[in-house]
Design a protein around this ligand. Structure first.
Ligand code: NAD
Ligand code: 0WE
Length: 259
């Protein structure tokens, strides 16, 4: 008998782009806890990165392509998963996208197309992926985790349509938790403080934002990647067996401050 909290469990990870990805931090925590993992990669641009990272967990760690904007690619991904396992216990959704021009200037200028894309890739995809994973999860139960940000519930300048999409993501977490509770499938979100990843790179004023958290968050520091890993592990483990439909803030306490 193993003492590892996720021994015997299998998980799928959506959203590794490189070693700085939040998805990679949670994948490492799940792997060290004894889980077997399967990764997506968005396209040929990141395939090599994901191949190399997944390979550090053993050369037989599967990686399959999946652009979450395509129903066909989601179906094809889970068809590949079915060749490897008939059971999944864990699903991580760590994916977001809005057209770059929607993340500058005023929200009022958001186009119909940018609004649709942001919601499709960043919020609907959680519903589509969870539904596709359901046949693998409903026998034994499971844990689904999505990544969110404070811009879902407060105005963060320039986060714009991504904030509205994260609000939809957090509401989707609650509706999915309600649907799937009887199957012992829990669905939660982690709302992380700002992290220096590819998705944050090139966001105007991002360095100032990290400094603002350092100056004003109760803990007077930014969040470490390993701390998101530890929370991802907690939500996936039996210690969180009665937690579902929640958004858990891992943000050095920043969200509880008004001034
Ligand atoms: P990242 O760039 O490493 O990860 C984003 C991932 O989304 C990439 O792997 C990318 O390939 C994937 N992606 C985008 N469009 C996709 C598509 N159409 N199909 C499949 N995959 C697609 O950046 P990250 O910061 O690790 O972001 C991961 C999650 O964490 C996102 O949901 C993000 O909103 C959230 N988040 C980030 C921060 C931050 O400050 N970095 C804070 C809170 C929440
Ligand atoms: O969720 C995010 C960012 C997600 C994201 C990033 C990009 C950059 C490249 C979505 N779409 C795109 N599109 C691109 O073309 N975060 C929580 C990080 C982030 O982004 C911000 C932030 C923070 C924090 C944008 C403006 C203000 C703050």
């Amino acid at each position: 008998m193993s003492h590892l909290p996720l021994a015997g469990k299998t998980g799928v990870i959506f959203g590794v782009a490189n070693k700085r990805s939040i998805a990679w931090a949670i994948a490492q925590a799940w792997h060290q806890a004894g889980a077997k993992l399967i990764f997506n990669y968005q396209g040929e641009r990141v395939k090599e990165n994901v191949e190399e990272l997944a390979g550090t967990f053993g050369s037989d760690t599967p990686i399959y392509p999946c652009d979450v904007g395509s129903d066909e690619q989601i179906a094809a991904f889970f068809a590949e998963v079915a060749k490897r396992t008939d059971r999944l216990d864990l699903l991580l959704h760590s994916v977001a996208f809005a057209p770059r021009e929607a993340l500058t200037g005023q929200f009022v200028n958001t186009t119909r197309q940018a609004f649709a894309t942001a919601h499709d890739i960043s919020a609907y995809s959680l519903v589509g992926l969870t539904r596709a994973a359901l046949p693998f999860m409903e026998q034994n139960g499971g844990s689904v985790i999505a990544m969110s940000y404070l811009g879902a519930v407060r105005v963060v300048p320039h986060y714009n349509v991504m904030g509205v999409a994260k609000a939809a993501l957090e509401a989707s977490v609650r509706y999915l938790a309600s649907d799937l509770g009887t199957k012992k499938i829990r669905v939660n979100a982690i709302s992380a403080g700002p992290m220096n990843t590819l998705a944050a790179r090139g966001i105007g004023g991002f360095t100032e934002m990290l400094k603002h958290y350092e100056a004003h968050a109760p803990l007077r520091r930014n969040v470490e990647m390993a701390e998101l890993g530890a929370t991802g592990l907690f939500l996936a483990s039996d210690g969180a067996a009665a937690i579902t439909g929640q958004t858990l803030y891992v943000d050095s306490g920043f969200s509880s401050m008004a001034m």
